[in-house]
Design a protein around this ligand. Structure first.
Ligand code: PEP
Ligand code: MN
Length: 274
């Protein structure tokens, strides 16, 4: 491991990132919402549904980093305005991705948490810019990044004065093609030994398959993750991005019930004196 001055656990207290009513790093925090904000009606209906199922924060992309330049790129400012409305109506704090350093300061005025996507994990000018923002940062693991490279990216953000970084394991590229990526749960357990920062998983982008999201969510609780971020859409088949992997609100609600039961099981296990 390289010299990690600010992210190392090294006897420090674990960081708890406080966002609205949520405390990320305490219990298991669930962030849910569509891949992209598509319209006011779409984000409002999904926001109300995930809130009813017990999600603590709302996700939704307004700037989408797409593989193809011809794919839907997001609604930009209008998407942020719809997210703001969803926050006003539900009270859920908002997580959204930022892709351009020039957008960081004005996007920070609209949202509660800035997401750095896997494709931008090592965009150092973007990391420095979010490091100057007053908003917490959700830093996704690059698809080819080692744990050490990922922690160094968090170090860039902390080094600019922003102490509130949440790490997100979203799957890495392996030879496997059945799943979209390979969810590296050993990285979650390793990070709990290495860093004081909270660590969450993204079972949606890791698997790309709704049927695998529940088992990976339960496994995330079991391996000590501090939470997860999942994609939910009221009509997944009509989604403008990631339509294959988004959960229906009903499926998400079932997963939430099982995740909360798994949390209770783990709590009992961790307090068992044997
Ligand atoms: C997303 O969260 O919608 C996304 C694009 O994720 P990732 O950067 O992990 O691919
Ligand atoms: Mn997505």
């Amino acid at each position: 491991m390289t010299n990690l001055k600010l992210t190392a656990l090294a006897g420090r207290a674990r960081t708890i990132v406080v966002v609205g009513n949520a405390r990320i790093g305490e219990g298991f925090t669930v962030i849910a919402g569509p891949c992209s904000v598509e319209s006011e009606a779409q984000i409002m209906s999904v926001a109300n549904a995930v809130k009813a199922a017990g999600a603590q924060l709302l996700r939704g992309g307004a700037f989408k980093p797409r593989t193809s330049p011809y794919a839907f790129q997001g609604l930009g400012l209008q998407g942020l305005q719809f997210l703001e409305k969803a926050r006003n109506e539900t009270g859920l704090a908002i997580v959204t991705e930022v892709v351009d350093p020039r957008d960081v300061s004005w996007v920070s005025e609209y949202v509660d948490v800035l997401q750095i996507g896997a494709r931008n994990m090592q965009s150092f000018s973007l990391l420095k810019e979010v490091g100057k923002s007053p908003r917490p940062v959700l830093l996704k693991r690059g698809m080819y990044a080692t744990i050490d490279e990922w922690l160094n990216c968090a170090e860039y953000i902390l080094n600019e004065g922003n102490p509130n970084v949440i790490l997100c394991e979203r799957g890495i590229r392996t030879h496997e093609t059945y799943t979209r990526n390979t969810l590296d749960l050993s990285a979650v357990a390793a990070l709990r030994e290495l860093t004081h920062l909270p660590v969450i998983t993204d079972p949606s982008h890791a698997t790309g398959r709704p049927s695998l999201i529940e088992p990976m969510s339960l496994a995330s609780v079991a391996c000590g993750a501090d939470g997860m971020i999942v994609e939910v859409h009221c009509h997944p088949e009509e989604a403008l991005s990631d339509k294959e992997q988004q959960l229906t609100p009903e499926h998400f609600a079932r997963i939430m019930r099982r995740v909360r039961a798994m949390e209770r099981t783990m709590h009992a296990l961790n307090h068992d004196t044997d």
